[in-house]
Write a protein that binds this ligand. Structure first.
Ligand code: ATP
Length: 308
């Protein structure tokens, strides 16, 4: 059915021995969307994706991918999905172009491999074996192999890790084109800007569970906390300004004449501050509004401690 999600995961549990890597995770990926799965190291992203790809058997919960069970219906599912693994998954002694052409030949309506080679800047790599490619070239080849068969659904595990800025942008363009062609893309990433640039939906997971999801805008709007900054004459009466602002606001003079106001940043707050400034003969110079970024939200939700 076209309306059912491309990926539907409910209560997924996956253990490695005594370690629970995924602990009751729910995930729904709408068709034709780009979903970015974010999470600290060890959160369970790769494990979840690998279960969806049929590489790992779940210990609990249910997983449907394009309406199929990846474990029992893997043979029907595999030709319809494209997979880019974190660690290659490619025969190291094979030539780059040969491998891509071979993968293309397995599909009924592949993208022209020459086009992908050009798009991903792999022209000089055709007669090079996979093991002799640079890390970034290996990544780009793995991406080309994941998409060459025009899959309905593509899983990209950290597709731009270790890529130079040019290759990152080429990868982003390719992801946008896949979506424009109607494909569904699920990607994991540690780059918040990548998620902001590409994702229709962001899912944040931690401790093997989904802890937040929504569009990047929805997640950044949550709580609506933000910061307003301006430069004015030193020593403004901030107690008087605070009286005009909502109770949960904070105001500080960070250095002489440099002010920061924190709170629910909305048009009303801006109007209150500028009108207070007007009443006190202050021109709020370089007045700026800073909204929360996805990185702020991510750190608020998952904390700042390093994962071990
Ligand atoms: P990263 O951002 O570091 O790639 P991740 O979110 O993809 O992390 P996973 O690779 O899914 O996390 O790992 C989740 C947990 O499961 C971690 O604690 C990890 O050590 C453990 N784990 C992953 N693969 C295995 C395995 N093959 N055997 C045992 N434990 C594993």
């Amino acid at each position: 059915m076209r309306n059912e999600p491309a990926v539907e995961v409910a209560g997924l549990v996956k253990r490695y021995g005594t370690r629970t890597a995924v602990d009751g995770l729910d995930l729904a990926v709408p068709r034709g969307s780009v979903t970015a799965v974010l999470g600290p190291n060890g959160a369970g992203k790769t494990t979840t994706v690998e279960v969806c790809e049929g590489y790992r058997r779940p210990d609990g919960g249910s997983v449907r991918v394009l309406g199929l069970d990846p474990v029992t219906q893997g043979a029907a599912l595999r030709p319809r999905i494209g997979v880019m693994l974190q660690a290659g998954g490619v025969y190291p002694g094979a030539y780059a172009e040969e491998m891509l052409r071979h993968t293309a030949a397995l599909h009924a309506h592949p993208i022209d491999p020459a086009l992908l080679i050009e798009r991903l800047g792999l022209e000089s790599c055709g007669r090079t074996t996979y093991r002799r490619l640079s890390g970034g070239q290996q990544q780009r080849l793995a991406l080309a192999m994941a998409v060459v068969g025009r899959p309905e659904l593509v899983f990209l595990d950290e597709p731009t890790a270790g890529l130079d800025p040019q290759a990152r942008h080429a990868t982003w363009d390719l992801v946008r084109e896949l979506r424009a062609d109607g494909a569904t893309v699920v990607l994991t990433t540690h780059f918040m800007d990548e998620a902001e640039q590409l994702a229709d939906q962001v899912v944040i997971i931690d401790g093997g569970r989904s802890i937040a999801h929504g569009t990047p805008e929805e997640l950044c709007r949550g709580g609506a906390e933000g910061t307003l900054r301006f430069i004015g004459r030193p020593g403004l009466d901030l107690a008087s300004l605070l009286k005009a602002l909502p109770a949960d606001s904070a105001a500080a003079e960070l250095s002489p004449g440099s002010y920061r106001i924190e709170g629910k940043v909305d048009p009303q707050l801006l109007a209150t501050v500028t009108s207070w400034c007007a009443q006190h003969g202050v021109l709020p110079d370089r007045l700026s509004v800073e909204r929360r970024t996805l990185e702020d939200v991510f750190l608020e939700l998952t904390g700042r401690e390093l994962r071990r």
